[in-house]
Design a protein around this ligand. Structure first.
Ligand code: TMP
Length: 263
């Protein structure tokens, strides 16, 4: 079995930082991790990211339907090219910084096209091959605090126009969606609240106002238990020493999942 985990949250919630920290933590503990992000994650998707979020494209505002189709086009490529092959492998953890829920929160609620919610859900189903996350970690932040954090970020002089791996996660901190008013961000937050209410078991809701380390620890601790419950184990084998100890003993040796290491 493999699992698909997504991170969601309003702008400035710190979800990208937490997604990255979790990947590093799980990887260093021997799990098989694939990390991606939206919009982007493929060569085609990065072109779309540029088109949709380019700070210099202030001469036009994309219509809400055009936004839905744009994000979904990039997402369809990501799902078929990157996500499905990982989910078809066993014992793999795929983590995406944003996914389909973002489109409901930002375009449907933020873009005030609630009357089109059913249509957008159908488009999402089509674009994603109906691949849904097993778990979504949501970092909840008030629009005021999110905006304050975004405004505090140092804007780079020159935004890159070609997207290498290293640039992908840090790129466009100050995109044009971030400039929208508090009303928009409140609507996005309402969208997330409604998604959480309709599927509470899929979501972990965390208070993004807490210090990074506190949130990081909570996610890590809960994650190890959750992975165990979902039969996801580390990819590395038990060491010869551990095997021998276990064979020689009649007692049940219970090793914490992160204690298996390759030597
Ligand atoms: P990021 O800041 O998490 O990289 O996301 C970039 C922006 O794209 C963010 O403001 C949210 C927006 N977005 C949407 O509006 N709809 C979507 O479906 C996705 C994936 C992102």
């Amino acid at each position: 079995m493999s699992v698909f985990i997504t991170f969601e949250g309003g702008d400035g919630s710190g979800k990208s930082t937490q997604a990255k920290l979790l990947c590093e933590y799980l990887e260093s503990n021997g799990y098989d991790i694939f990390m991606t992000h939206e919009p982007g994650g493929t060569s085609y998707g990065e072109l779309f990211r540029h088109l949709l979020l380019d700070v210099k494209s202030k001469d036009f505002e994309l219509d809400a339907r055009a936004q839905v189709l744009g994000f979904c086009s990039a997402r369809a490529q990501l799902v078929s090219e990157q996500i499905i092959p990982r989910l078809n492998k066993s014992n793999t953890i795929t983590i995406s910084d944003r996914y389909a829920d973002s489109t409901i929160a930002y375009q449907v609620y933020g873009g005030e096209i609630l009357d089109l919610k059913n249509d957008v859900e159908m488009i999402l189903k089509f674009a994603t091959h109906n691949v849904k996350p097993n778990l979504t970690v949501y970092l909840d932040i008030s629009p005021e605090e999110g905006k304050r954090r975004i405004e505090g970020r140092v804007k780079k002089e020159e935004e890159p126009h070609a997207f290498g791996e290293a640039q992908q996660l840090s790129f466009l901190e100050n995109n044009h969606f971030d400039q929208k008013k508090l009303k928009f961000h409140q609507a996005v937050r309402d969208g997330y609240a409604s998604l959480i209410e309709s599927e509470p078991d899929r979501w972990w809701v965390l208070d993004a106002n807490q210090p990074i380390e506190i949130i990081q620890n909570e996610i890590q601790n809960r994650m190890l238990i959750w992975l165990d419950q979902n039969n996801i184990s580390v990819k590395t084998q038990r060491t010869k020493k551990q095997e021998k100890a276990s064979n020689n003993s009649n007692e049940q040796i219970s090793l914490p999942v992160n204690s298996f290491e390759e030597k």
